[in-house]
Ligand binder design. Structure first.
Ligand SMILES: *[C@@H]1O[C@H](CO)[C@@H](O)[C@H](O)[C@H]1NC(C)=O
Ligand SMILES: *[C@@H]1O[C@H](CO)[C@@H](O)[C@H](O)[C@H]1NC(C)=O
Ligand SMILES: *[C@@H]1O[C@H](CO)[C@@H](O)[C@H](O)[C@H]1NC(C)=O
Length: 232
């Protein structure tokens, strides 16, 4: 590249009359080349990953060692963008928002005719403490089929708690009817790296992003919003 540049600048002049326009052309060409060089080095350092199915994979998310930032690993499995928990469970990524450093993953589905989350055997959602991702404070978590001792904790387990709506109005929650359930806003006072379920505690959960008081369950935006630490 350097050789090409210097030989280009050493091209013999074609004549006095054309020297002004030649100079102009050279300056323009110099900027074009400069731009080209800058964009080449820029892309190789910060390459954005290709789409996964129909989903964009914005920087720094990385589906592959040669794009994005490998610390922000997500997975593209059969054209589905997925987030891998610390325990090895894949959660579907529903949306990403790089300008606010957030993504929304799908809560695990509840096995049909039961009240058991598909990640129950793994203890629910767990994110590595050292990962750049954590659970944001915009999630209203509903714990389902809980044992009585959950009542000791500061959750809303009353008979008009929002989790009742999930059981009564959303098919997926119907297997949890007539059991104890509790709702809470996952705020900064709690661990931002896990939503726990276990046999003998609560066996299923769901989560709603940015719930608005009064909105019926049919309008809820089901998901777990995660945020990431911006690179650097
Ligand atoms: C529990 O949630 C329901 C529905 O949002 C609300 O009406 C009720 O006052 C809450 N109860 C407690 C104890 O916070
Ligand atoms: C509710 O939880 C108990 C144990 O905590 C479990 O034995 C039972 O199968 C669960 N109920 C449903 C409907 O999955
Ligand atoms: C979660 O991550 C955000 C951004 O990376 C950070 O500002 C926040 O302090 C973290 N929350 C906790 C409780 O670690």
């Amino acid at each position: 590249m350097e050789k090409a540049l210097s030989s280009w600048f050493l091209l013999p002049r074609c004549g006095v009359s054309s020297s002004i326009s030649t100079l102009k052309t050279r300056v323009i060409m110099m900027f074009v080349m400069l731009f080209f060089l800058v964009s080449v080095t820029h892309v190789s350092a910060l390459e954005v990953c290709p789409k996964c199915g129909r989903m964009d994979v914005p920087y720094p998310l990385s589906t592959n060692d040669d794009c994005g930032n490998p610390k922000y690993r997500v997975y593209c499995n059969n054209d589905n963008l997925e987030f891998l928990s610390a325990t090895g469970f894949y959660y579907k990524v529903l949306s990403t928002n790089p300008s606010s450093y957030k993504l929304i993953i799908s809560p695990p589905y509840i096995l049909k005719n039961t009240c058991q989350s598909s990640d129950l055997a793994l203890g629910g959602l767990m994110i590595d403490e050292n990962s750049p991702f954590n659970i944001s404070t915009h999630n209203t978590v509903m714990l389902l089929n809980c044992s009585e001792n959950i009542l000791l904790s500061p959750l809303n387990c009353s008979s008009n708690s929002l989790c009742r709506q999930f059981e009564e109005r959303v098919v997926e929650g119907s297997g949890c009817r007539n059991t104890l359930c509790c709702t809470f806003l996952k705020d900064a006072s709690m661990t931002s790296h896990r939503i726990r379920v276990r046999v003998g505690g609560c066996t299923a959960y769901t989560s709603v992003v940015d719930i608005k008081p009064g909105d019926p369950a049919e309008w809820w935006n089901f998901g777990v919003e995660l945020q990431w630490l911006p690179p650097n």
